[in-house]
Design a protein. Structure first.
Ligand code: NOJ
Length: 954
């Protein structure tokens, strides 16, 4: 049931134009979401029962393993058995007769998967999240074989305990892994070297609402029908939610589960801690205008991946569920009485609550950060290599008005010597928000406009939203309607109608594969009139945003393909739209070129389809600061290609804020300036001097480092490692950095300390970790870590430091765009570490095709030791080279290293001997910088990037 569409639309639109705080009342709290409230209350009761394992403040007794919670759920006697690679157990509640089937399986790299649902459900539960997220739709996961599992059963304290010891491919570092299941009450512990790492139901919060028939007469409140404001959810299936505690023994910090505008290290949401939130973190994709900072409210995307970290180990959990999910976090200390003294063991206890679907949980044992990402990447494909232009500077605004406006942006960028790759068009370019059309008065010749941009080396991105205007004259609506491709009403009888930008709209049901394919076909060059191969796409409003729907989204009882309720699939909707678009762009050319699609909504696995951004932020200093933990949390959760609107979406930044935002934005993986329709124009040249110069300098720094960024993307695509990294990821033993979320690393080699305060005299505290040298990237001034320094940054300065021991590839010729740099020579920066050594990588391919999959790339390992710089092929380079690789190397034969800069050499050296392909030549070294020995330059060694070579300094 919905309120009058127009009324609500008016309310939402007024929100869209005013810079004011979020309308909290539009969105549910846990108390207003009946299933969340039931589980939270249950957990509170359990926690109050005698014998609960932890007192939250440290007064409890017993370590998690031997703990006995008051959980009413136990393993059914005699039900534990091994079936192929899976340990099966039946679990039931002491008061009911509905056994749950638990399946525990073990993956090659050490991951443990735990699934649960009714042994004989009354109706199927939605179980396709795995299809949409996991590699090969989850069908071909590398499970450990039965012979690799050793099951032993014993009795401890009157309860049966089953232990599976298993072997992994992670290598010796993983230690001995085992899983222990206690029967009464049930709990599961993943142990490394016999020490608990991750525990399930050790706190007894597990609660499973089995499917049931609707009772006659009165039904419990919120179980069969639930009303929020003016909307009533009919809930025809009744209650079907479940909750579980997942504890990370020995940890004080957990991270991830974006998207929230909250600190990187997740705060407590219960347990009475100081500074705790009173609401759980919510995962439910929503369109939240002017979102609040430091708040666990749901935002546009949801990735149910959490990492836990201590100085000893990193572990993780993937809660594979796409329904509305809430996560409570509590930081606890459990006292254990050892033989000699009492010990305080920290633990983070999390409580996950989902409304529908099957319970499907993956536990990643680590123990290192790269191990956790390897384990995640074994399940979920990681970010593919983007088009090279996508790493450049994107200029957007709601809206560039017409063709002349677009071309004038292009001209001004050139005139002011600002490199940029893409200009963006927001919703106003269309004919009345009918996507795949153009406003003919403002854009009479869109293809010619794109050709003109393309000739200058630039691309165009246009927004294509998921709502389809209900208009029989509109081909897209008529075709989708004829084919029955729209999301259906709760009774399945008609198409769901709601309000969005075009007014009365319908939404394509991407769970119907034919509908998804059909949408992809709309991107065909012949089909999408006025599009060219240099047009790319922005998918916005795909949470989905429905202006007159509950919480500005779809009613949960709507029907999708296969009869599934929206409730079960909500968090997948945006990803499937993103996927359909990316597939469509990929298919529009043969051979295929890589697509570029930006999406606002996302889920675990969305990284496969393109970039995401943090939605409608505001032009203020607090939002500038908040963008860092938000983008880091996304990177921790595998959403690598993430950015925030540079300048802030709502409101007008002054020139100083805008300058600082560019100086931070050039370090976002996705770097786009964007602004609300009601804001003043704010392109860099409108700011005047000195701001224009500072902004231009920052953008040039982005372009100079594109080879480093591209190499990082290559690594992320293979390893899943974040591109921008919290400090703890690079310095896993430095406890003081575990909660740091102002300073961050870009890859392993660059540390960024953003200036996020208006007062330039206010120094920024920079911590230089480890016994290592750090070099200011601009001045090359050296800092000897470990060191904490207060550094003031003039308005033209970014506080960015290269880590000693790194080699960073750059391209320093000034170009208008990334695509115009493809044949440019490289400059290598060798930042000598404490031990006199350095290493790095360089990855190059054609930047647009999929030929790299057949080996058409150059990937080099660069190392510097004993004054000798060496370039060798990476281990991923085939030897002898494949035909594709040889062809690519030939194509790049003229691309050379035009300069090597060695920073931090202790002894002044005078000559460089260059050896390549059996040739040897010697050049004189030059020096620059104030200190003679600080920066030594080898001018034009002219070695080819595809060749083996060495440069020896003497
Ligand atoms: C909402 C998006 O978040 C914003 O970036 C965009 O400008 C507007 N929709 C209009 O399309």
């Amino acid at each position: 049931m919905r309120v009058s569409g127009l009324l609500h639309l008016a309310a939402v639109l007024s929100l869209a134009v005013a810079v004011e705080a979020v309308k909290r009342e539009d969105f549910k709290t846990c108390e207003q979401s009946a299933f969340c409230l039931r589980h939270r209350r249950f957990a509170e009761e359990i926690a109050q029962a005698p014998g609960w394992p932890s007192g939250g403040g440290g007064s409890g007794s017993g370590s998690g393993l031997s703990a006995r919670s008051a959980s009413p759920y136990s393993v059914v006697d005699g039900s534990v058995r091994l079936e192929q690679h899976t340990l099966v157990a039946l679990v039931s509640h002491k008061d009911d007769q509905v056994p749950l089937r638990f399946e525990v399986s073990f993956l090659a790299s050490g991951t443990v998967r735990v699934r649960a649902q009714e042994e004989e459900p009354l109706a199927p539960r939605f179980d396709d999240t795995q299809r949409y997220t996991l590699r090969d739709e989850g069908r071909a996961l590398p499970y450990a074989l039965l012979e690799d599992l050793r099951l032993t059963s014993t009795t401890a304290g009157g309860a049966a305990v089953h232990t599976v010891n298993y072997t992994t491919t992670t290598g010796d570092g993983a230690g001995a892994l085992s899983v222990r299941i206690t029967e009464r009450p049930w709990s599961l512990t993943l142990l490394r070297n016999d020490k608990p790492a991750i525990q399930l139901n050790s706190r007894g919060f597990f609660r499973f609402e089995h499917l049931r028939s609707k009772p006659d007469g009165d039904v419990p409140d919120g179980e069969w029908e639930e009303t929020f404001r003016t909307w009533t959810d009919s809930k025809p299936r009744g209650p079907e939610s479940f909750g579980l505690d997942v504890s990370f023994a020995g940890c004080q910090h957990v991270y991830g589960i974006p998207e929230h505008a909250s600190p990187l290290s997740l705060k407590s949401t219960r347990g009475g801690a100081k500074d705790a939130y009173d609401q759980p973190y919510r995962l439910y994709n929503l369109d939240v205008f002017e979102y609040e900072i430091d708040n666990p409210m749901a935002l546009y995307g949801s990735v149910p991946l959490m990492l836990a970290h201590s100085a000893e180990a990193t572990t993780g959990v993937l809660w594979l569920n796409a329904a509305e999910t809430w996560v409570d976090v509590a930081h606890e200390k459990t006292s254990t009485i050892g033989s000699l003294f009492r010990r305080e063991e920290p633990a983070v206890v999390t409580h996950w609550i989902s409304e529908a679907g099957v319970m499907d949980v993956f536990l990643f044992p680590g123990p290192g950060v790269p191990d956790v990402y390897k384990q995640y990447a074994e399940l979920v494909e990681q970010t593919p290599l983007p088009r090279d232009f996508a790493l450049g500077h994107h200029q957007s605004r709601w809206n560039y008005l017409d063709e002349a406006d677009v071309l004038s942006i292009n001209d001004r960028m050139h005139e002011h010597d600002i490199p940029y790759d893409v200009v963006w068009l927001d919703i106003e370019y269309t004919d009345g928000k009918r996507y795949f059309t153009w406003d003919a008065a403002k854009f009479p010749a869109p293809a010619a406009m794109q050709d003109r941009l393309a000739r200058d080396g630039h691309q165009l991105v246009v927004v294509i939203d998921p709502h389809i205007k209900r208009d029989p004259e509109y081909r897209v609506w008529a075709e989708a309607n004829d084919r029955g491709f729209f999301v259906k009403t709760a009774d399945g009888a008609g198409n769901f109608q709601g309000w969005c930008w075009p007014g009365d709209s319908a939404w394509i049901d991407y769970f119907n594969p034919d509908a998804a394919r059909w949408l992809g076909e709309q991107y065909g060059l012949a089909k999408f009139n006025g599009s060219t191969a240099s047009l790319f796409v922005w998918n916005d409003m795909n949470e989905p945003s429905v202006f007159n729907g509950p919480e500005i989204s779809m009613d949960k009882d709507l029907q999708h393909h296969g009869g599934w309720e929206h409730r079960a699939v909500h968090n997948l909707y945006g990803m499937l739209y993103h996927q359909a678009t990316a597939n469509g762009l990929r298919a529009r050319q043969s051979p295929a070129l890589r697509p570029f699609v930006l999406s606002r909504a996302y889920f675990a696995g969305s990284q496969r389809y393109g970039a995401i951004w943090t939605g409608d932020n505001a032009a203020d200093w607090a939002h500038l600061r908040a963008s860092v933990p938000m983008i880091l949390s996304n990177n921790v959760a595998g959403m690598h290609f993430a950015g925030a609107d540079v300048g802030g979406f709502f409101g007008n930044p002054d020139a100083k804020l805008l300058t600082r935002w560019y100086q931070l934005g050039v370090w976002y993986p996705f770097f786009r300036a964007h602004a609300h329709i009601d804001t003043k124009r704010r392109e860099p040249w409108l700011m005047g001097e000195p701001y224009l110069t500072h902004i231009r300098d920052a953008i040039r720094e982005r372009y100079r480092l594109l080879p480093y960024w591209y190499t990082l993307f290559r690594e992320a695509s293979l390893t899943g490692m974040p591109l921008v990294r919290p400090m703890w990821v690079e310095f896993p033993g430095e406890k003081s950095l575990f909660a740091e979320d102002k300073t961050f690393m870009v890859g392993p080699a660059i540390m960024v300390a953003p200036v996020t305060d208006p007062d330039p005299m206010l120094p920024v505290e920079v911590v230089f970790p480890l016994q290592e040298n750090w070099y200011d990237m601009k001045t090359h001034e050296m800092y000897n870590g470990p060191l904490t320094r207060q550094i003031s940054a003039g308005l033209g300065d970014m506080l960015v430091f290269a880590r000693g021991g790194s080699i960073i590839p750059t391209r320093e010729r000034r170009r208008r765009s990334a695509t115009l740099m493809r044949r440019d020579p490289f400059t290598l920066y060798v930042y000598v570490g404490r031990t006199g050594t350095a290493s790095g990588k360089l990855y190059v391919d054609d930047g647009e095709s999929y030929d790299y999959e057949g080996g058409a790339f150059i990937e080099r390992e660069l190392s510097f030791a004993k004054a000798r710089l060496v370039s060798r092929p990476s281990a991923r380079t085939a030897s002898p080279p494949s035909a594709a690789q040889a062809a690519f190397s030939k194509r790049m034969a003229a691309v050379r290293i035009e300069r090597v800069v060695v920073v931090g050499l202790r002894n002044p050296l005078t000559r460089a001997t260059i050896r390549e392909n059996g040739d040897e030549r010697t050049v004189e070294l030059g020096y620059r910088g104030a200190k003679v020995d600080a920066e030594c330059v080898i001018r034009d060694p002219a070695v080819r990037i595809g060749n083996d070579w060495e440069i020896v300094l003497s």
